[in-house]
Design a protein around this ligand. Sequence first.
Ligand code: ATP
Ligand code: MG
Length: 257
Amino acid sequence: MTARIFCIANQKGGVGKTTTAVNLAAGLAAQGQRTLLVDLDPQGNATMGSGIDKRQLARSVYQVLLGASTARAAIVHSESGGYDLLPANRELAGAEVELVEFDDRERRLKQALDAVAADYDFVLIDCPPSLSLLTINGLCCAHGVIIPMQCEYFALEGLTDLVNTIKRVHANLNPRLKIIGLLRVMYDPRMTLQQQVSAQLEAHFGDKVFRTIIPRNVRLAEAPSYGVPGVAYDRSAKGAQAYLAFGAEMVERMKSL
Ligand code: ATP
Ligand code: MG
């Protein structure tokens, strides 16, 4: 059985993609799932949040995309997260331009990950806040997409572009791709608007909305500065508990996929 591969994607910035990727990876690892986290964002936030210094990388996903390194040679282990990491730093910003020369530019990451997928139960890909060639590379690898979103008035607007991109990749490049679910993050139950948007999401998207809701929780925001996933930084905090529950929900959902 080869790995289940998921993109954490939303082209809107700052919606909790990296926090979700890092904490889901750590939550899955804590359940004994062999997990690889791929940082596909030149910001390198998932790398730093996993306790790996992005300024000191011998190899990164950038070399892997350009064929200058195998995935296996570039993968490191996150001690604080308990998972493996294919790291990134700002070099990756150049890949966008350099990849254009390759005929198989959309499938570079897939080809590289095919060689290691059998070593893992889960591969999670933290996408950048754009619908760029990097994100397309992520979508070409994946069985599914997890979309973190805040329950705000404009949250659904950006979703149309993402959904259209996913449809396009599904039709042209990766027929197995589907949306696994929308994950409500940074949720504040005291805000009436958030309650309303949350209820609308459930009404409109039904099963495609994860049961688990991630609350706004300062411990999750503090953790990256220590290079530790929130679920390991303060396991008893509400945010950590929610991400652990989300990990369990994902494992459960996989049984029916
Ligand atoms: P980008 O689009 O830049 O990659 P992103 O979608 O990956 O951003 P994050 O970096 O995960 O978003 O989160 C944005 C900010 O919100 C960070 O400072 C993070 O610590 C904080 N944050 C994320 N989730 C929560 C939460 N549940 N509670 C409190 N703060 C949070
Ligand atoms: Mg991010």
